[in-house]
Design a protein around this ligand. Structure first.
Ligand SMILES: CC(C)(COP(=O)(O)OP(=O)(O)OC[C@H]1O[C@@H](n2cnc3c(N)ncnc32)[C@H](O)[C@@H]1OP(=O)(O)O)[C@@H](O)C(=O)NCCC(=O)NCCS
Length: 175
C-alpha cells in the first residue's frame, strides 16, 4: 500500500519483519526524542533481537511500518491480542501508534487506524483499546475520528517536564 504526499513523496506501508530491526531501533530512538507521548524514552536499551523476531512473526500481532523513499521507517503501529487463550478476555486487542514529527498530519495515522481495525475484524476481535495522554489532542482527535470513545481517566500516570499528566483509556467495540 502506498501514500503519495502533497509534495509528491511516496510512502510505502508494509508489515515489519526482522530485517527491519536496525531501522526500528533508530526510529524508536528518534520518536523518544521528538514526543513525550509514547512509551519510548531517550536512552532506552534497544529492543531484544529475539523478541522482535518472535513478535513480528506472531499471528497474534500486527506490526505495520511506513517507509519513505530512502527506506527509512517514518511511522509504525502495532496491535495485538492481549490474552489470546483467556476464556473471558481473549477478544480484547490493544494498539499503539507513532509517526515521526516531519510526517505528522499527512494521513499516516488514519491509514494505520484503518489497517489495525481491519486486522482486528479479521481476527474476530470484540474490542480495540489503548491509552493516550490527556493533552495529546492530535492523537485523541484521530481516535475519535475513527470511532473510539474516551472510556475513563487514569490520574497522573506520567511526570513530564515538571508536571503530572493524566491518561485516557480509549476503546472501540467492533460491531
Ligand atoms: C498522534 C499521531 C499518531 C497522529 O498521526 P498523524 O499521521 O499525524 O495522523 P493523521 O495525519 O492521519 O491525522 C491527524 C488528525 O489530527 C488532526 N490534528 C492535527 N493537529 C491537531 C491538533 N493540534 N489538535 C487536534 N487535532 C489535530 C488533523 O487535522 C488530522 O485530522 P484530519 O484527518 O481530520 O485532518 C502522530 O502525530 C504521532 O505519532 N505523534 C507522536 C506520538 C504519539 O502521540 N502517538 C500516540 C500515542 S497514544
Amino acid at each position: 500500500m502506498e501514500l503519495i504526499l502533497k509534495d509528491g513523496e511516496k510512502l510505502t506501508f508494509r508489515k515489519l519483519n526482522i530485517s527491519d530491526y536496525d531501522n526500528v531501533n533508530k526510529f524508536l530512538e528518534q520518536i523518544a526524542g521528538e514526543s513525550p507521548n509514547t512509551n519510548q524514552y531517550v536512552g532506552q536499551p534497544p529492543k531484544k533481537y529475539a523478541d522482535c523476531e518472535k513478535i513480528y512473526a506472531s499471528e497474534q500481532h500486527l506490526f505495520l511500518g511506513v517507509f519513505n523513499a530512502a527506506d527509512d521507517l517514518v511511522g509504525s503501529c502495532s496491535i495485538g491480542i492481549d490474552k489470546p487463550n483467556h476464556p473471558y478476555m481473549g477478544l480484547n486487542s490493544t494498539f499503539g501508534i507513532s509517526v515521526l514529527n516531519a510526517y505528522y498530519g499527512c494521513g499516516i495515522g488514519s491509514v494505520f487506524m484503518e489497517e489495525m481495525e481491519k486486522w482486528a475484524r479479521e481476527k474476530k476481535m470484540h474490542r480495540i483499546q489503548g491509552e493516550v495522554r490527556a493533552e495529546n489532542r492530535r492523537a485523541i482527535s484521530l481516535y475519535i475520528k475513527h470511532g473510539f470513545s474516551i472510556e475513563g481517566c487514569a490520574k497522573e500516570t506520567a511526570w513530564i517536564n515538571g508536571k503530572w499528566m493524566d491518561s485516557y483509556y480509549i476503546g472501540k467495540i467492533l460491531k
